[in-house]
Design a protein around this ligand. Structure first.
Ligand code: C2E
Ligand code: MG
Ligand code: MG
Length: 720
């Protein structure tokens, strides 16, 4: 899966986890709330049960107590008349709405009934002869207690409880009169106790039928309520009878309260908001992390990240001998694309190159952009280094395929420098440096090529380090000397001047050519010291010759670009001239074209100031650098030196000859004197003279020579 998508999925997953955690918390809080709500309902249920119990006790006991009044009356008036009974019964019934009728059964035969209407048939009923009544009546007689039975279905319809109270005429309860009975309407009882009201989330049940105790039948509600010990079971005391009220609370029926729902939805919203914030924060962090490690243009790893990977690879190599290679790539002629097609096209090309590199590389390889048109690949898990060569060749081949950008076809090629992990003391820094050297070599070999940083390259680096140390010693120990090569007027053969050329006799390594050590001295910042030594040496020699009356016209000294840019260069020249009491006209300074690539104005000022004093200037090796005519035109240059490489083949190469001719003509137009270098053959000298060249220098005339050898030549005579 694409890395980017993977990390986005990762962030999404993390945000989701945060969301789920918060949601769980929200859910937990809401449930907590709901349970508090249930607890409230539970305690209100207990209250309800207590209220119902006391209502039941109140209703029944009130009726029984009222009936007791009748019982007391009979005890005093055993021959109670119908009228008296009706009066008392009416009064009793007025005081409670529970009673349906009141009856008396003297000697267990129903003798009085109120109201009589509808109950006439009951009069004269003999309890003990009636099977349905007998047992209940005997319980009353035997227990001498009030007995409540029911609920029973009444003949006239409806359910009722029958309460029978035994009537005795004496206090000792030996003189039995009969039974007083009341019929209590069950529906009215339930209603007034509050059992019939619709109750939310709660069920009630009552037992025991016929006053049969806790094991008796349930006559109201669901009998199973008495089976569960979790339910509340309250006893109901009715005279000497006992009922039980069972109450079951049904929490699962309780709906979620508004507060609970609000808690949940607010929590849900907060969870969503926080997860979204977390998502965007993580994305921002990822972006910051990305910017620190990736190239914004191409999306490839940047130098920083690449070095991290490289260090890991070095670690793997040192620990487990897992080999790797580093391939440094540089687009050939990218600058031209940028200059000719614009930067946006350049950027598009870089992007296309990045894409192509990634396609060619394996997943385990790291492709990075170091900046500009420089890319680098870490080839991991290399079995043999020929694999790296094959990979590099593949890269070169792939780049032969044209890039099509905006319908424009672009051909580009790369140069590749390869470093393999052969050295045990390898560091990331060395790796990058070596790859750079290898790339340089690849570029030099003609581009669209790859080169390994091999032993020879390491040696050249080593050589450079040694050479630097040697140069330092040479300056300190005065190992340099100068040789002088005469410059001859091509038309009349007279001496026009000398070029001073440095020589180094190394005490152990022998002669070292300036071609070998001058570039290193320039690279390592030692050239100004050498230049200063040369300046003093040349001036000292000039003074000697002047004193000895030896004719030399002027001495040309080669000056490096770095040296002339030094802050005290003008001072150094003037000091030397003054020290040896020389006229500035004795000194000519040779500068190569590369001197003018930067700090043009500084050099121009130096040349102007010294020129005013009389010092002359020559452009050395003209035609090999890239200075433009417009540059030279603005400088006070007296001499133009045609380089040896053109003179060398001028007799056989038309092109070289044409360049020489053009240079001479141009110099003439600019009022400059031409000096041809490296003339070895007579024919060259003749042709150059013919072309209008003024001065010649070369083995044909003189090799560079020591000062004492120069002094032996009778110049005065030659010149005259
Ligand atoms: P250059 O300034 O162009 O010097 C001319 C080079 O051509 C000298 O090489 C000289 O020996 C060589 N030469 C002269 N005539 C002939 C000829 O007929 N045929 C051939 N093949 N070569 C000829 P040299 O002395 O080895 O110096 C090489 C370069 O080193 C010089 O090139 C100059 O750029 C640099 N150089 C020499 N001395 C100094 C110095 O004192 N300071 C600085 N900065 N550079 C110096
Ligand atoms: Mg020179
Ligand atoms: Mg030269």
């Amino acid at each position: 899966m694409n890395k980017n998508i993977k990390s986005k999925m990762d962030i999404l997953f993390k945000s989701l986890v945060v969301f789920l955690l918060l949601l769980t918390m929200t859910f937990f809080l809401s449930m907590q709330n709901h349970h508090l709500n249930i607890d409230d309902y539970r305690s209100s249920t207990l209250n309800q049960a207590t209220v119902i119990r006391s209502n039941l006790e109140h209703e029944i006991n009130t009726s029984l107590n009222l009936t007791l009044g009748l019982v007391v009356y009979i005890a005093n008036n055993p021959d109670i008349t119908d009228n008296e009974f009706a009066k008392i019964a009416q009064q009793i019934m007025q005081r409670t709405h529970l009673l349906r009728n009141v009856g008396l059964a003297k000697d267990n035969v129903i003798s009085h009934m109120f109201p009589l209407e509808g109950n006439e048939k009951a009069l004269g009923l003999r309890y003990l002869d009636t099977p349905s009544q007998r047992e209940g009546v005997l319980r009353v007689i035997n227990s001498k207690q009030t007995v409540i039975v029911g609920p029973i279905e009444l003949v006239q319809g409806g359910l009722a409880f029958v309460s029978r109270i035994p009537v005795f005429l004496d206090e000792q309860q030996t003189d039995y009169w009969g039974i007083a009975s009341i019929v209590m309407d069950a529906e009215v009882l339930y209603e007034s106790a509050g059992l019939n009201k619709s109750k939310k989330f709660v069920d009630f049940a009552l037992q025991a039928k016929d006053n049969m105790g806790i094991s008796g039948h349930t006559f109201f509600g669901d009998a199973s309520l008495f089976e569960n010990t979790d339910n509340i079971i309250l006893p109901i005391s009715l005279s000497n009878n006992e009922w039980f009220l069972a109450t079951r609370f049904n929490p699962e029926e309780i709906p979620y309260s508004t507060r609970t729902l609000l808690t949940f939805f607010v929590g849900l919203s907060i969870s969503i908001i926080i997860s979204v914030i977390v998502y965007f924060l993580l994305m921002t962090f990822k972006r910051i992390e990305y910017l620190a490690a990736y190239d914004t243009l191409t999306g490839l790893a940047n130098r920083h990240l690449f070095v991290d990977h490289l260090q890991e690879a070095i670690g793997r190599y040192k620990r487990n001998n897992i080999k790797f290679s580093v391939l440094l790539l540089d687009l050939d002629h990218f600058k031209e694309v940028n200059d000719s097609l614009g930067h946006s096209m350049g950027d598009e090309l870089l992007n296309a190159v990045a894409h192509r590199l990634q396609q060619i590389s394996r997943n385990t390889d790291i492709v990075a952009r170091l900046g500009g048109d420089e890319f680098i690949i870490l080839q991991n898990d290399v079995a043999e280094f020929t694999d790296s060569a094959r990979f590099a060749q593949k890269l070169l081949d792939e780049f032969k395929q044209v890039f099509i950008l905006d319908k424009i076809q672009l051909h580009t090629s790369v140069s590749i420098g390869i470093v393999t992990c052969k050295v045990d003391t390898l560091t990331a820094e060395l790796c990058m440096k070596y790859s750079d050297l290898a790339l340089y070599k690849a570029k030099q070999s003609g581009r669209s090529a790859f080169k390994f940083h091999n032993e020879a390259m390491s040696l050249s680096l080593l050589h450079e380090i040694e050479l630097t140390a040697d140069i330092k010693t040479a300056i300190k120990e005065d190992q340099f000397h100068m040789v002088y090569q005469p410059q001859i007027n091509l038309t009349n053969g007279t001496l026009m001047g000398l070029e001073a050329l440095i020589r180094w006799e190394h005490p152990v390594k022998g002669r070292i050519s300036p071609v070998d050590f001058i570039p290193t001295a320039e690279k390592r910042g030692l050239i100004a010291d050498i230049g200063l030594w040369g300046l003093n040496e040349v001036c000292r020699q000039a003074r000697l010759w002047l004193d000895e009356d030896i004719h030399f016209e002027k001495i040309a000294l080669n000056i490096s670009a770095q040296h002339i840019k030094a802050a005290d260069f003008t001072r150094q020249i003037l000091n030397a001239l003054e020290k040896y009491q020389l006229s500035p006209g004795c000194l000519e300074l040779e500068l190569t074209e590369s001197t003018f690539v930067d700090k043009f104005e500084t050099i121009q000022t130096v040349m102007l100031n010294l020129g005013k004093k009389g010092v002359t200037f020559a452009i050395d090796d003209f035609g090999t650098g890239y200075s433009s005519l417009s540059h030279i035109k603005n400088l006070n240059v007296t001499y133009l030196k045609i380089d040896y490489i053109f003179v060398k083949d001028m007799l056989i190469n038309d092109g070289d000859r044409e360049i020489i001719k053009a240079t001479i003509d141009m110099a003439k137009a600019l009022d400059m004197i031409t000096i041809a270098e490296g003339i070895e053959e007579q024919e060259q000298a003749e042709l150059l003279t013919e072309m209008g060249c003024n001065i010649g220098q070369g083995y044909l005339f003189y090799h560079p020579m020591k000062a004492k050898d120069f002094a032996k030549i009778p110049w005065k005579q030659l010149n005259s």
